[in-house]
Design a protein around this ligand. Structure first.
Ligand SMILES: *[C@@H]1O[C@H](CO)[C@@H](O)[C@H](O)[C@H]1NC(C)=O
Ligand SMILES: *[C@@H]1O[C@H](CO)[C@@H](O)[C@H](O)[C@H]1NC(C)=O
Ligand SMILES: *[C@@H]1O[C@H](CO)[C@@H](O)[C@H](O)[C@H]1NC(C)=O
Ligand SMILES: *[C@@H]1O[C@H](CO)[C@@H](O)[C@H](O)[C@H]1NC(C)=O
Ligand SMILES: *[C@@H]1O[C@H](CO)[C@@H](O)[C@H](O)[C@H]1NC(C)=O
Ligand SMILES: *[C@@H]1O[C@H](CO)[C@@H](O)[C@H](O)[C@H]1NC(C)=O
Ligand SMILES: *[C@@H]1O[C@H](CO)[C@@H](O)[C@H](O)[C@H]1NC(C)=O
Length: 229
């Protein structure tokens, strides 16, 4: 009986398969292969004897060229960065190895719809971007509550409901919750984020006073609060 190949090898093979399937031409998995013609861009590390796939970006894919499956994603558990741009494929539950490994996750006009619970399983991400994807959650705290290493969060034009959370990760540099249906006040606790560089809460239904201490945030460069009640 032959021993099973290590998972990293499978990931490499999967990487190639994904390219073959979605663009009918193989791309080298060893270096980043940015291209406007291929829907996928993959980056692998320099691990020996097998390189590990660490970054995968899928753009402009169609539902018949790329289908996510739990089994296929299991072979991609070495990924640290995964991004979908304009990929209307259905989201599936991520295997826990993948969910724990990801440092960066992005979905823009992709994956049909997501839930706060689904996003909250990506516990080790520092960068989270979800834009133009409806996200069902009883509030942003469902997502933020679990992701303790967050530095940058964008959940925009997602029809997200609820109130802004009272507790924030102290390392946050970027917060963008624009274009949702968030209600209530801007909590004073946001003025304690001394690393905050940009805050975009435009186009929500927030009300009440803007905490004056927001002026104390010396790193804050972009503050957008337009179109609220
Ligand atoms: C995706 O499609 C858009 C519009 O057709 C195009 O501008 C963009 O370059 C494409 N991106 C990639 C990575 O293929
Ligand atoms: C990710 O998070 C889990 C659970 O919080 C933790 O045990 C693990 O060490 C973290 N890092 C990786 C690479 O999984
Ligand atoms: C948000 O809701 C509005 C009105 O219900 C709808 O028109 C819009 O498409 C939704 N946006 C998303 C990203 O689902
Ligand atoms: C959002 O989640 C709630 C609670 O799980 C559910 O009752 C509701 O139908 C969901 N809404 C959508 C649009 O999926
Ligand atoms: C916050 O950032 C500091 C400095 O980069 C780092 O040492 C610390 O571990 C970070 N904390 C969390 C919870 O990520
Ligand atoms: C804030 O968000 C709105 C809507 O998503 C966007 O149009 C605008 O460019 C953002 N502003 C900044 C400074 O990022
Ligand atoms: C502020 O907004 C401008 C224009 O949208 C952008 O170019 C710049 O990178 C933003 N700066 C930060 C710190 O987000």
């Amino acid at each position: 009986m032959k021993p099973l190949p290590p998972p990293a090898f499978l990931a490499g093979v999967f990487c190639l398969l994904l390219f073959l399937q979605s663009s009918s031409s193989a791309a080298a998995a060893t270096t980043a292969a940015p291209s406007t013609h291929h829907p996928g861009t993959a980056t692998c590390d320099a691990g020996k004897p097998f390189r590990h796939l660490v970054s995968l970006r899928l753009a402009n894919c169609s539902a018949d060229s790329v289908a996510l499956s739990f089994t296929a994603l299991k072979a991609l558990s070495t990924l640290q960065s995964l991004s979908f741009f304009n990929c209307p494929v259905s989201a599936v539950r991520f295997p826990s190895d993948l969910a724990l490994n990801l440092r960066s996750f992005s979905a823009v006009r992709s994956l049909h719809h997501l839930t706060g619970i689904w996003l909250s399983r990506l516990v080790n991400v520092t960068d989270l971007t979800v834009s133009d994807v409806p996200v069902n959650a009883s509030g942003p705290y469902v997502i933020l509550g679990n992701l303790k290493y967050l530095k940058s969060i964008t959940v925009s034009r997602a029809n997200l409901t609820g109130n802004l959370p009272k507790h924030w990760q102290s390392n946050l540099t970027h917060i963008d919750f624009s274009g949702n249906q968030l209600k209530g006040r801007i909590p004073n606790s946001i003025t304690l984020l001394e690393n905050l560089q940009s805050l975009n809460l435009s186009s929500n239904q927030l009300n009440g006073e803007i905490p004056t201490e927001i002026g104390d945030l010396i790193r804050l460069k972009n503050l957008t609060l337009s179109s609220n009640s």
